[in-house]
Design a protein around this ligand. Structure first.
Ligand code: GDP
Length: 348
């Protein structure tokens, strides 16, 4: 009896706590507007939530956040584990906050759902920056798919911008297609590289050079300076072989050291030059609009898939086709056609 009472009291207090934790969209927006980190963190949690009840609130938050003007620059940063991303972001971020800029660091790590310890673990990373009142750091959202993680990150960018963050850094490990996802949500894409034994271009992922607006050869310090310079020259030569970018930007290669804090100002000058040029020639705005349109199309595609896969009749028809394929009664292409023709009939 006493135990039952205790459990009931515990439940009541849990419910009370939950209620207390429920904050209205308006008060969250007000907090975000005042750049309150706790409100921003809570808003991001809502956007990341897979609870259908939070969906409506998350949508309202995004709509209201979009209405708050922002003049941010979104920078994507990629490089293999160990290249020095977190050290680099720490130093770069501190340089920016020292000049009064507000910096948000987000991450896209599609492995975080698979392995408990994600590649971009956030424990001891960016120790200084995480204590900086002008900086906001958020680890990668988890999700079953890269699409899900990317959506959440895109929406978090909007929330950070509404909270007045001037520079949004989106870090990725470059697993699978994550670089493409990050490239599609930023203005400037930075590739961090190490100097090797003169075979710098080997092992570089296809398509990554075309995406980069800047390449930083990191760890250009100590005995490594000469090798880093050679790597810089090799990358610069290789970049010349690519057709010019539509926006007229010629990607730049530079050396830097997160440990010695060199080359960091070069990067910031480069990004400012990029932003100025792109804003003058109209490509800054055009690129963001294009990204928004692609985001819309991608969302429609995803939602169509989700919709049909949630329909019992669709799942059953699919099962039937799979069985027919198993029994060699139909070719895969024909089966797909038949299934989709049936759908088209229903939609008429
Ligand atoms: P991440 O996995 O890409 O985030 O790389 P980390 O920032 O964790 O760095 C990996 C290792 O490289 C750490 O031991 C760092 O101290 C070291 N490191 C990072 N940047 C530099 C640099 O500019 N110079 C040197 N010498 N070491 C660095």
């Amino acid at each position: 009896m006493a135990n039952q009472k205790k459990t009931r009291n515990q439940n009541i207090s849990k419910i009370r706590k939950l209620r207390k934790e429920e904050v209205s969209v308006d008060s969250l927006i007000e907090g975000i507007r005042q750049s309150d980190k706790a409100s921003l963190a809570r808003a991001i949690t809502l956007v990341e939530s897979s609870n259908p009840e939070h969906l409506e609130q998350a949508e309202q938050l995004i709509v209201k956040s979009l209405a708050l003007n922002s003049n941010s620059i979104r920078i994507g940063i990629t490089g293999v584990p160990g290249v020095g991303k977190s050290s680099f972001i720490e130093v770069f971020g501190k340089t920016l906050t020292l000049s009064g800029k507000k910096v948000a660091v987000l991450a896209v790590d599609p492995t975080s759902a698979l392995s408990k310890g994600s590649i971009l673990g956030d424990k001891t990373r960016m120790e200084e920056l995480s204590k900086d009142p002008l900086a906001f750091i958020r680890p990668s959202p988890s999700g079953e798919s890269l699409g899900g993680v990317a959506r959440k990150t895109r929406e978090s960018i909007i929330l950070c911008e509404a909270a007045g963050y001037d520079v949004i850094l989106v870090e990725t490990v470059g697993v699978g297609q994550s670089e493409i996802a990050v490239h599609s949500m930023v203005d400037f894409f930075l590739l961090l590289k190490l100097s090797g034994a003169g075979d710098e271009l080997q092992g570089i992922k296809r398509g990554i050079m075309e995406m980069a607006d800047g390449i930083a050869i990191n760890k250009a310090d100590g005995n490594n300076v000469e090798r880093a310079k050679l790597a810089q020259a090799e990358f610069a030569r290789a970049l010349h072989l690519y057709p010019p970018k539509e926006n007229g930007w010629v990607p730049k290669v530079f050396c830097c050291s997160a440990v010695e804090n060199t080359g960091i100002n070069t990067l910031w000058e480069l990004i400012q030059d990029f932003t100025k040029t792109m804003k003058t020639n109209g490509h800054f705005e055009r690129n963001r609009k294009l990204q928004n349109k692609n985001w819309f199309l991608q969302t429609v595609d995803e939602q169509i898939k989700v919709y049909f896969h949630s329909k019992k009749s669709f799942v059953e028809a699919q099962e039937e086709m799979l069985k027919a394929i198993e029994e060699n009664k139909i070719s895969p292409y024909h089966a797909a056609r038949k299934l989709l023709d049936g759908l088209k009939e229903q939609l008429k």
